[in-house]
Design a binder for this molecule. Structure first.
Ligand code: CA
Length: 220
């Protein structure tokens, strides 16, 4: 899952980033409202953590602008003061949930995972497609033939992204954005190697190639 973290409190960012990464999120960070607004519209994210008190453009204005432009990425807002007015304004502006500072990291991830589950329409920690089952907690996949395999972090992120978007042709660039950390080399040619590895586990025809466009699971 690729997250946009829009937060100008450096101490909080230093606290959050490594923890989000070890919870297996790919994190892109911006420290002001103008960059946040631009990046979310320009690139593809699965979820956004948005501080309301951002320099250059307040979080609430950024959120209103995203929703006015039909960006429907789930947004969790962080409110500095635990004020009911901020929370109401945020929810009215199109936030999916909110969290008042200070907060426990566990609550942040639980709320984040809940809004992502709602968005992607699955209710537990498994994804299924065409007989294969991905166990999100243990990062294992079980093929239609019943063979269970422990996945590497990158194989897991790749398969999860494909299974969350089974009807969409996904380009190598989009896949690499969703599986690599920002400081890793985003080599989209390597994607093919990982795709072939997943095919060897799940069946050759399980992932379809659309020449010059990308990959998709579904026939429809
Ligand atoms: Ca702030």
């Amino acid at each position: 899952m690729r997250l946009l973290l829009a937060e100008d409190d450096l101490a909080l960012v230093e606290y959050l980033k490594p923890r989000l990464k070890s919870s297996d999120f790919v994190v892109e960070w911006v420290d002001n409202g103008v960059d946040a607004e631009f990046l979310a519209l320009e690139e593809s994210f699965d979820g956004i953590i948005l501080d309301l008190g951002l320099p250059q453009k307040p979080g609430l204005e950024v959120l209103r602008s995203w929703r006015a432009k039909n960006l429907d990425t789930p947004v969790l807002i962080l409110t500095a003061r635990d004020s009911w007015q901020d929370r109401v304004d945020g929810l009215k502006a199109g936030a999916d949930d909110y969290l008042g500072k200070p907060f426990h990291f566990e609550e942040l991830t639980a709320r984040l995972e809940a809004i992502l589950r709602r968005r992607f329409g699955h209710s537990d920690n498994r994804l299924e497609y065409d007989g294969a089952v991905l166990d999100i907690d243990n990062q294992t996949v079980t093929s239609a033939q019943g063979v269970k395999t422990q996945l590497t972090a990158i194989e897991f992120r790749l398969l999860r992204y494909l299974m969350l978007n089974p009807h969409k042709i996904i380009s190598k660039t989009e896949l690499s954005e969703h599986i690599y950390e920002e400081d890793q080399l985003k080599d989209s040619n390597v994607i093919e190697v990982y795709i072939n590895r997943l095919r060897s586990l799940l069946g050759k025809s399980w992932i379809r190639t659309f020449r010059g466009q990308g990959y998709r699971l579904s026939d429809q």
